[in-house]
Ligand binder design. Structure first.
Ligand code: DAH
Length: 340
């Protein structure tokens, strides 16, 4: 029996030494020290051993048991250490390697200009209103004093979905929606930024673009309020030196109507190619809200007046940043977008 224990010791030490992973160690532990393990078997067989050998066999077997337990644990730690060292080697950082460059996103110039516009008008006491991009013919035209068959509809060549529903060709419908909801409350002072759609496509027109609408309704609103508001806007947007000019115009939903110019941002009014040597750039349409529009929206034109304006945001951004093709806004080329 003592021989057998010796043989077991030699064999066990060898196999433990050769183990290469924790799983193999678990198996060895079961094989020698488990419930049916080889050493356990010897300890269990003590009853059958010769009386005089019992103490020695018992002592040797127990010693071996303790020794193997220790060896397995030691080997386990060695393997763990090795594993950790390997992993460390694999993951080691080479701080001298060049970094991986990545592109930082930034705001689209249309978003930036939109936010600037909102800031300016919120500062003047306007609130931001919204309307749907898919709009009724009623709000897009009829309620804005443009009846069916009226030639003014041609000013906005539109995308129809049904004969009564279309992609809104301007943000002006929001005027009516807001007044309908607010009446008879006063004052109404809103801006409505958003997407609009027209059948137009060239270097300065896109089938989808952005507008911002403005509307102020109250007792005693005059043309002077409109002009003052737009003058403040032009100075805040394009600089303190800015002047504006109003020219008589026609919109069915305003009376009187005006087209509004700013002094040319390229030549500061001297005259250049951008302004076609006039010194002025047209940037928006405006006017006093037509009595019919007030009436249809629930206000009494004998009691209140209002002014309104609408401008293209792309146009403002093109002037502000010197961009000469509107399509550059929509091609998602970071060489262009990262400049702003
Ligand atoms: N809705 C007009 C357009 O899209 C712009 C406009 C002109 C809006 C005059 C107004 C306004 O509110 O008073 O071309």
């Amino acid at each position: 029996m003592l021989k057998k224990i010796e043989e077991l010791e030699r064999q066990a030490k060898e196999t433990i030494k050769a183990a290469t992973d924790p799983k193999a160690l678990d198996d060895l532990k079961i094989r020698y020290l488990g419930k049916r393990g080889e050493i356990t078997a010897i300890l269990r067989s003590m009853g059958q051993q010769p009386e005089d050998m019992k103490p020695l066999i018992g002592q040797k077997a127990n010693e071996l048991k303790d020794q193997l337990e220790g060896l397995i644990e030691q080997k386990r730690q060695e393997l763990e250490e090795l594993h950790r060292a390997q992993k460390w080697e694999e993951e080691k950082l080479d701080v001298t390697l060049p970094g991986t460059p990545f592109l930082v996103g930034r705001k689209h110039p249309i978003t930036t200009v939109m936010e600037e516009l909102k800031d300016i008008f919120i500062g003047l006491g306007f609130q931001v209103a919204e309307g749907p991009e898919v709009e009724w013919d009623y709000y897009s035209f009829e309620a804005l004093n443009i009846p069916v068959e009226h030639p003014a509809r041609d000013m906005q060549d539109s995308f129809y979905i049904t004969s009564k529903i279309l992609l809104r060709p301007h943000t002006s419908p929001v005027q009516v929606r807001v007044m309908e909801e607010k009446q008879p409350e006063l004052p109404v002072r809103i801006i409505a930024p958003g997407k609009v759609f027209r059948r137009d496509d060239d270097a300065t027109h896109s089938p989808m673009f952005h507008q911002i609408e403005g509307l102020a309704v109250d007792r005693g609103i005059t043309f002077a309020h409109l002009k003052g508001t737009l003058q403040v806007f032009a100075r805040e947007m394009f600089g303190e030196q800015q002047n504006i000019r109003l020219r008589p115009s026609y919109f069915p939903f305003t009376e009187p109507s005006a087209e509004v110019d700013i002094s040319c941002v390229m030549c500061e009014g001297e005259g250049c190619r951008t302004c076609e040597h006039t010194g002025w750039l047209e940037i928006l349409g405006a006017g006093m809200v037509h009595p019919n529009v007030l009436k249809i929206s629930g206000y009494d034109p004998a009691e209140v007046t209002g002014f309104a304006f609408g401008m293209g945001i792309e146009r403002i951004a093109m002037l502000k940043y010197g961009i000469d093709d509107i399509r550059l806004f929509y091609v998602n080329d970071h060489r262009m977008l990262s400049q702003f």
